[in-house]
Write a protein that binds this ligand. Structure first.
Ligand SMILES: C[S@@+](CC[C@H](N)C(=O)[O-])C[C@H]1O[C@@H](n2cnc3c(N)ncnc32)[C@H](O)[C@@H]1O
Length: 394
């Protein structure tokens, strides 16, 4: 039985939301998350550190909350209690962890490869459910892996931990029945598919560079070496190290100074700000825009004058767009575009495509990875591929 009220409350919440199913209950009860959390941690991947030493009650409340908790910043280069720039390791939100476990469809004796050991909590839960001989977990960061190893030992769990690049999988343990990736993926490596038996399942947060959003993909490996399946819920995950976005520098797109460069195309926006900006970060249209307007990254900023501005930067070339939204009079929103692509025009076209199809949500899309490693996203059926924007078609 679980002794602490907080853990019991979290368990009840996870059961109520459908994340924690009966086959995972024993593992949840046997493996307390708090054993895998550091003394100083950043709940909700946010800016405020919580210290076990200074405020043990608060620390425990967060440990028992259904939120992600950052445990490392900037690949370990950053120290101290202030947050760093990029959270680079964390304990994922428990609800999401169990959601992904369910998507993995494990069975007794199934062999699982986890990519992204992080704190080690998932590896411990998988070990409790499947037996530690059936669990391999790969972590790219040596210090993170070492801390996870100690935490796992304190919980009496000894799955195979590998320090290395999880994009390569771990062929020595193949074939796997399931691959669970707990870092955001932009390009699925063939290794994961090749190391999974036909009928086996890959579960991962997958997305584009457009925003930090991913959706959970569940791909089933076929005999012909392809892997295919649907997305489910939207999420936000720190990315696989080698697939992080190398953020473009503003100066590479626009020269310094207040004036727009020669050749800037000016127009007004055909969409109001609320159609393209959702502060939750989980909007289906953001996911869709990332598919239809590839090789593009978006940011928002509110200027000192209070004007909401959206910036788009092309990753394959130096195309850019800025949209100054007029929230009182959407038709008066000003658009400035430069470079070979009309990035805002592409966003508007993506919106028309999405609206014409009834504004489908994440779960209506699917992903196929072909035997030669290409990724195709489709709507409702693998035979209905999501079209690339004309500007980015090869
Ligand atoms: C969200 S955390 C994983 C959470 C973890 N499953 C847990 O239970 O705490 C993501 C982890 O993926 C790791 N990572 C990033 N890129 C990786 C790669 N190429 N191979 C293996 N691990 C990687 C990060 O260092 C980080 O620790």
């Amino acid at each position: 039985m679980i002794p602490e009220t907080g853990r019991r409350r979290l368990r009840d919440l996870l059961v109520e939301t459908g994340a924690l199913t009966s086959d995972w209950m024993a593992a949840y009860e046997e493996v307390p998350r708090e054993l895998f959390l550091p003394d100083v941690m950043w709940p909700d991947d946010g800016g405020i550190a919580v210290s076990k030493l200074d405020d043990p009650e608060r620390w425990r409340r967060w440990a028992d909350a259904d939120v992600p908790i950052a445990t490392q910043w900037d690949d370990g280069r950053h120290t101290g209690t202030a947050p760093g720039e990029v959270a680079s390791s964390s304990s994922s939100a428990p609800g999401l962890v169990f959601w992904m476990f369910t998507e993995l469809s494990v069975f007794d004796g199934a062999k699982v490869l986890e990519v992204g050991t992080g704190t080690g909590w998932c590896a411990a839960l998988l070990s409790a459910r499947l037996g530690e001989a059936n669990v391999v977990s790969v972590e790219v960061d040596e210090a993170v892996a070492e801390t996870a190893r100690e935490a796992l030992a304190s919980a009496g769990r000894y799955p195979r931990l590998v320090v290395g690049d999880g994009l390569l999988g771990w062929p020595e343990g193949a074939p796997y029945d399931g691959v669970l990736v707990t870092a955001g993926v932009r390009q699925v490596p063939r290794a994961w598919i090749e190391q999974t038996r036909p009928g086996g399942v890959l579960v991962m947060p997958w997305g584009t560079h457009y925003t930090g959003q991913s959706a959970i993909a569940r791909l089933v490996v076929a005999d012909d070496g392809t892997a295919s399946g649907c997305f489910s819920r939207a999420t936000r995950f720190m990315r696989i190290r080698a697939q992080r976005l190398d953020w473009p520098a503003y100066e590479d797109y626009l020269p310094p100074g207040d004036d727009w460069p020669a050749g800037t195309r000016r127009s007004t926006a055909g969409l109001p700000v609320e159609e393209v900006m959702d502060e939750s970060g989980y909007a289906a249209f953001d996911f869709v825009t990332g598919l239809l307007v590839p090789e593009c990254v978006r940011t928002f900023a509110r200027g000192p004058d209070g004007i909401q501005t959206m910036w788009l930067f092309g990753l394959g070339d130096r195309s850019w767009a800025a949209v100054y939204f007029d929230e009182g009079d959407p038709a008066a929103s000003r658009v400035y575009q430069g470079g070979p692509r009309g990035l805002w025009d592409e966003v508007e076209a993506a919106h028309r495509w999405w609206a014409e199809r009834g504004r489908p949500g994440h779960e209506e899309f699917g992903l196929t990875v072909t035997a030669d490693g290409r990724q195709r996203v489709w709507l409702r059926e693998p035979s209905s591929p999501v079209p690339l924007s004309p500007a980015s078609r090869p």
